[in-house]
Every structure is written in C-alpha cells, then in structure tokens.
Design a protein around this ligand. Structure first.
Ligand code: KIV
Length: 273
C-alpha cells in the first residue's frame, strides 16, 4: 500500500466556487524555483506571457511563442503540487479560429500539464472560449486592458473611463461567461467598472489594476518582490526587496572569490591530506 499523502491540486471548478465566498489570490510564475515557493500560499499561478517582458526583456508580449510558454508552464507544473496552474495562450495562437485555438491549446496543455489556458479578447472571441470549454479545455478570459491588443488600443492604456467603453467591457466579460469561462481577468479598469462587472458576473473576477471590488487579484511576482527594476506598475504593492538580497549576495560572492575564499573538494568532503 502506498504511504504517500496525496496532495490534490485546487481545481478549476473550485476556483469558480470562490465567487462570493473567498477572495482568489494569484500570482505569475515562469520558473520552477519561484513556483515552488508560491505553491503553498496561492490559489492560482499564471504562466503569463508577461514573461516576454519580465523574463526576456522584450518590449511587449507579442513575440513570445507557444513553445516558450509551454516550456515555462511545464517547469511550473513540475515544481508545484497544490496550486491551480494556468498558461497564457500567446498572440496569434488563438485569434484565427476556434479550431486553431483548440489545436494550439491542446498542444500547450498536453505539453505542460496545466489545468487551463487564458485568452485575451473582446466578445468576438467568446465563440473560441465556448469551443475550447466544450472540448475539455477550461478558459480564463482576459478583458479590459489587453496587452496583446496594444497596437489596436494605442499602447498599454487603462480602460473604461467613458460609458461607451465601460459598456463594451461589461459585454465582453458577460460574453465569455456565457461561453463557459471559469473566471475573468480584469486589467487596468476603473474601480466603478471593476465593481459593476464583479456584481454582474456569476464567475470570479480577478483584477490587475482593477480595484479591491474584484473577487481576487493577480500580480506579476517580480513586481511584488522588487525584481522588476523601475518598471513597477503603481497598483503593484512591493512586499519584499529580493532585488537587494540578490545584489548583496552577488557582491559577497564576488568578494569571496576575489579574496580566494572558496573551498577545495577535500574540504567539502572532509578528506584528510
Ligand atoms: O501575462 C500576464 O502576466 C498577465 C497578467 C494578468 C498578470 O496576463
């Protein structure tokens, strides 16, 4: 008989059931060491396409590929046991047609072991959400400020200040809900709009720069750890200065090496000369 205590992952339906019961805490992770540290504390980890900018120093999220995100997602899944892991579908991998989206999502899910995918998009993408959900791939929708639409939106601009745009974003969120999305990320919108969508939807809203009126929050881990240099968004509270810890450790290491303070193999293994 196996004596392993089975650790079950938080499932997608469990996350949906948080609505009105408890706030959903989520962060991004792109690598095994960070994911391992986050696992015990969060409800969901997103392997976001933000790694294009945060991890690779690209100017935007448009050039990261499905292969790259799948490799990051696999590392995160392998390093975690209890958190629900979701991967971003990259730009161009789901907009063409529901069929192409499903095919690409299957490759990402099968190649990494994640439980769900996230897609950015207005109501026009709701049929894609429906197509994937009906075929076994849970979808987290992302509306409001959609970084993959930066060239259409004219940059990374907060959304929802006019009644017309606010109304459209409510419609976008509702369309994805009706298509079967298990939750909706609301990025860069006003508090009034965040509250309105949260009160309208029966699935959780996960805000990023969208106010505490949302059912939960997702932030980029590097932003809250002081690892993003000067590019920290105003809504991202910094909880630690890991950047200084790494920098100090690197300096001490370099000093040690330059002073010749590094051990021999015999010293490590206690071998007598
Ligand atoms: O790519 C990303 O990290 C996101 C966010 C919602 C944080 O989409």
């Amino acid at each position: 008989m196996s004596v392993h205590a089975e650790v079950r992952r938080i499932s997608v339906p469990q996350l949906t059931a948080y609505k009105g019961q408890k706030k959903l805490a989520a962060l991004t992770a792109y690598s095994a060491p960070i994911a391992r540290l986050l696992d015990a504390h969060l409800d969901m980890i997103l392997v976001g396409d933000s790694t294009a900018m945060v991890g690779y120093g690209m100017p935007d999220t448009l050039s990261i590929t499905a292969e790259m995100l799948t490799a990051h997602a696999k590392a995160v899944v392998n390093a975690t046991q209890r958190v629900c892991v979701v991967v971003d579908m990259p730009f161009g991998s789901y907009q063409e047609s529901p069929e192409a989206a499903f095919r690409n999502a299957v490759a990402m899910v099968a190649g990494s072991g994640v439980q769900a995918v996230k897609i950015e998009g207005p109501a026009a993408l709701a049929p894609t959400t429906r197509f994937m959900v009906e075929r076994g791939i849970p979808v987290l929708a992302h509306v409001g400020l959609m970084p993959q639409y930066m060239n259409v939106m004219g940059g990374f601009k907060a959304q929802g200040f006019s009644e017309e745009v606010a109304e459209r974003i409510v419609e976008d969120a509702l369309a994805h809900q009706e298509a079967g999305a298990f939750a909706v990320v609301l990025e860069g919108i006003t508090e009034a709009l965040g509250r309105r969508i949260t009160e309208t939807l029966s699935i959780p809203t996960i805000g990023i720069g969208a106010s505490p009126a949302c059912d939960g929050q997702i932030l980029v881990t590097e932003d809250i750890l002081g690892l993003s240099g000067s590019r920290i968004p105003k809504f991202a509270k910094q909880f630690a200065d890991v950047g200084s810890v790494i920098s100090n450790a690197a300096q001490q290491y370099a000093d040690d090496v330059r002073e010749g303070r590094f051990p021999s193999l015999e010293h490590c293994f206690g071998v007598k000369k």
